[in-house]
Design a protein around this ligand. Sequence first.
Ligand SMILES: Nc1ncnc2c1ncn2[C@@H]1O[C@H](COP(=O)(O)OP(=O)(O)OP(=O)(O)O)[C@@H](O)[C@H]1O
Ligand SMILES: [Mg+2]
Length: 505
Amino acid sequence: MTPPNPDAVSLRGIVKRFPGVLANDHVDLDVGRGEIHALMGENGAGKSTLMSVLYGLHRPDEGTISLHGKEVSFGSPAQAIDAGVGMVQQGFALFGELTVTENVVFGSEPTRRGLLDRKAATARVTELIERHELRLRPGDRVRDLPVGLRQRVEILKLLYRDAGVLILDEPTAVLTPPETERLFGVLRALAAEDRTILLVSHKLQEVLAVSDHVTVLRDGRVSARGRTADQTAAGLAAAMTGREVDLDRVHPPGTPGDIVLEARSLIVPGVEGKPLLDDVSLTVRAGEIVGVAGVAGNGQAELSGAITGLLKTGGSIVLNGQNLDGLSVRARRDVGIAHVPEDRAEVGSAPTAGLRENLAVGFHRKRPLVRKGFLRRKAIDDHAAAIIEDYDVRASGPAAAMGTLSGGNQQKAIFGRELTHDAPFLLVEQPTRGVDVGAIENIHARLVAHRDAGHAVLLISAELSEILALSDRVLVLFEGRIVAEFTKDEADQHTVGLAMAGGAG
Ligand SMILES: Nc1ncnc2c1ncn2[C@@H]1O[C@H](COP(=O)(O)OP(=O)(O)OP(=O)(O)O)[C@@H](O)[C@H]1O
Ligand SMILES: [Mg+2]
């Protein structure tokens, strides 16, 4: 018998196993109509897996799914969409070359006599954009849109298919604070129309601000659930990790030594005369963390590319007195640049190769992993085991394919690999994107220990709190230029925030 007002979504006893992993262990989840429900938990706790089960990407090994009191079973996302369940996955799935409208209707195009009815498609998309105040232009090419708008295209896709249940897996990981605010405005409006929102997030403040209810997973099981109004940040962190987490630790300053890295007058020309990187010079000393604050898209990618050699730029990079001009990415690594890239999936790792092999990359021509030209199995295993242990990488084992690790665990693995390099200089971008609060604490402590061991660290992060917690010096990048510099004592949310917005430093 179904209750008179059944929940929009009701999962009962969901079990999902992967080889060597029990990802979901008898999970129950109830979400009402018109509710924003947050799903939290450590990296690898099983959040994406549970949402993928609801979205028909995985079949559960046990358990049932009901929508509005009726049991359903999805063999594919297409079936889930037909039943009104849509999902925006971790990382987007849009076609950059296509327009907003083409992306939205892709796969369910309106047709007239068998042909795409472009007029009908545009009209319907325009109507939805206006009704939901998404502020998109149907004819814009997706590759020209900033990430916040791309995400709205993903949401629009779900609305076009009239999804009553919208799942968003870490939608704010790549958004700026104002973009996040606007997304939450859209979500609240959708909930007010009685749609149901499932939101996966690691950000405690966001969950507290936007959700009505929250469920916490730990090791595949529900460890806490309740009304958001009854939760605190510390309580949620403890439910996730099983321990107390110091959420606002600011680390003491280091004792900088000699200059290790020097960037001189870096220039990257732009398209319409406005350079993407405009005469940027900076130094990083041994035993120092220099933080680069700034809203994403103000030259961070160009600065990173100039240092690593991925991008040809004007100006020069000098490492311990050696000019690196003309050296390849690989040669620069060899002379002493370690790099945690922003995009771990595209440049940081090989998803189909094993975790062990991914951890050996960059060491594979060096002792002790290689001797007399031969790879040494035992050394490679030991090397992987040490990183997995030190950086708390959760996987079924070192043989697991990198791509089967949860998002946050891939990040921890790449981070651990690069710190293990022991290169004099480390460039680290968005080190805690997508990782849980416990892992943030660990990653921050590791970065400080790396500094205190005498390495020079350049930290590029969109999280101002992270910049302030770690940096000995803060540079602010705005429209391709360094517009302000602060000592650790001078830097606070207000002063740095102002400079990031283009105000005077
Ligand atoms: N396709 C797969 N094959 C094998 N194991 C998998 C697969 N997908 C997920 N897993 C494993 O299932 C567990 C749960 O992963 P899941 O991606 O659901 O975690 P998560 O809570 O979303 O973590 P994160 O916060 O890092 O995104 C992990 O141990 C992961 O390695
Ligand atoms: Mg996930």
